[in-house]
Write a protein that binds this ligand. Sequence first.
Ligand code: ZN
Length: 282
Amino acid sequence: MAHLEHKITEIAPKIWCISEYKLVNAFAIEGETGLVLIDATCGIGNLKETVRKISCKPVTILLTHDHFDHNGGIYNFPEAEIFMHPDDDGLSRSMMGMSPDGTYNGLRDFYIRTRGPVRCPEYAVEDLLALIPPENPRWEFSYAPVNHGDVITAGGRKLKVIHTPGHTDGSVCYLDSESGILFSGDTVNNSIILMRQPGNDMKLVKRFNETVKRLWELNTEYDVLAIGHDGTLMDKGIVKDYLDLTEGLLKGTITGEYQETGFRKGDVARLGKAELWYQCDA
Ligand SMILES: [Zn+2]
């Protein structure tokens, strides 16, 4: 079996991207007294070992949203304080229905089989499946709620919370003014998912439009986005692309079309670097 490891890349002084086999990213930010983790990956492979290569300081976890591919590795840090927006409460638990056998590892298995061949075709699915922890660890956790405008002080670093609903109700971005990096999770990256609304109602598109407007108004406070999937850093101009795309969809000057690609299907529209699955079925 090929020896697979999480890939660690330093993206700014004291800030690293941890790529979980190109399936999902977490980010580590080191301060004087601790290490802040933005998200905790899907929990495939040994995240604790990876994080300890970066720093042995106490860990605090800031979740961008409550999807299992971003918090599945929480079990590695039972001592960590965890922060999340309360509007996502119970969301990853409700996704257990996607697990073929109703187990946590069943969901990790599903994730590898569907995302692996698209996101990391260079790795054999069997090699990735072999990294699923045998003890079937849960990712349920208790957390401290964050709200829009909060500044979280952890480990000697300060991160500002920006509530950015759309992908999920409780999605947030974390702004690190010191580095000029916006940790954008699944709120803004190469390909954004908004679940299909009954009757193709555009309410969620409107909500996401308000989110990207909010992010673009703050754009003098950051230079780049550290994204949750498919790459590491993106120029902040992508936020403007999503703003223009959502404006166009709402005004009717842009219309998308139904597509099926890889593991994704639904109505999709594109502009510049932005790709929005705005009525997404899967
Ligand atoms: Zn997500």
